[in-house]
Design a protein around this ligand. Structure first.
Ligand SMILES: CC(C)(COP(=O)(O)OP(=O)(O)OC[C@H]1O[C@@H](n2cnc3c(N)ncnc32)[C@H](O)[C@@H]1OP(=O)(O)O)[C@@H](O)C(=O)NCCC(=O)NCCS
Length: 192
């Protein structure tokens, strides 16, 4: 997979977040005009359920302020996932600590699920985290019934690191949450 980095021109944080190019996806910095699409994804009940959250119930104006603040936040790296020039989802690197970060991803359109786009996105971001950010590990988590996301982690070389329990903000029910970790190849696993 060819990976190229360049600065996004009209990005909110041009220069802070690069554009990453894979075979089918382009990961680019968010722009102000992405707000309405991001809002539609965050109001989508099914996407919220897969993330163990409730759909946001902010007004578009309030959500806009939140997005723009988050997209300017240097401690979070947000990428818009593009396919054929269309924004189709979002991926985030966040919670940077101990030379590692957490990864989050959502693809908005159901019709695009299962086409390897999630796997390609996670692979690009793992390479970026290791090669450009010099991190030693990337963490991820998902609900135990989210087989699609677990398969993405597996295909991207993540290992199951543990499990916990979480009360979903979507339906207030308790679910098992699985924690994954992908260590850089030159990093030995933590002593157990
Ligand atoms: C989770 C998500 C990012 C995965 O991206 P994707 O592009 O759909 O995933 P991929 O096509 O790369 O891989 C999916 C894998 O899961 C498999 N899969 C799909 N449905 C499955 C199921 N019900 N059970 C088991 N495996 C399943 C696919 O066959 C594929 O594996 P394969 O390549 O070995 O055949 C995307 O589906 C999504 O955004 N879903 C909604 C939001 C979400 O769940 N976000 C993650 C929250 S932690």
């Amino acid at each position: 997979m060819a990976i190229r980095y360049r600065s996004g021109r009209s990005a909110i944080y041009a220069g802070e977040v690069e554009t990453l190019r894979g075979d089918s996806v382009v990961l680019r910095p968010p722009r102000e005009e992405d707000v309405e699409l991001a809002y539609s994804w965050d109001r989508d009940p099914e996407l919220a359920a897969w993330n163990g959250r409730s759909p946001i119930n902010l007004s578009l104006g309030a959500a806009r302020r939140d997005y723009l603040r988050r997209w300017r936040d240097r401690s979070v790296k947000t990428f818009i996932i593009e396919v054929d020039g269309e924004a189709v989802g979002m991926a985030t690197l966040y919670d940077f600590r101990h030379d590692s970060c957490e990864i989050g991803i959502k693809i908005g359109a159901r019709s695009l699920w299962g086409r390897n786009l999630g796997t390609e996105t996670v692979k690009l971001l793992v390479s970026y985290a290791f090669e450009e950010l010099d991190l030693k590990a990337v963490r991820g988590s998902t609900l135990a019934h989210n087989r699609r996301m677990q398969r993405v982690f597996e295909k991207c070389g993540f290992e199951l690191a543990g499990e916990g329990s979480i009360v979903s903000g979507y339906d207030s029910r308790r679910y098992t949450e699985l924690f994954y970790e992908r260590r850089r190849d030159d990093q030995s696993p933590p002593a157990r």
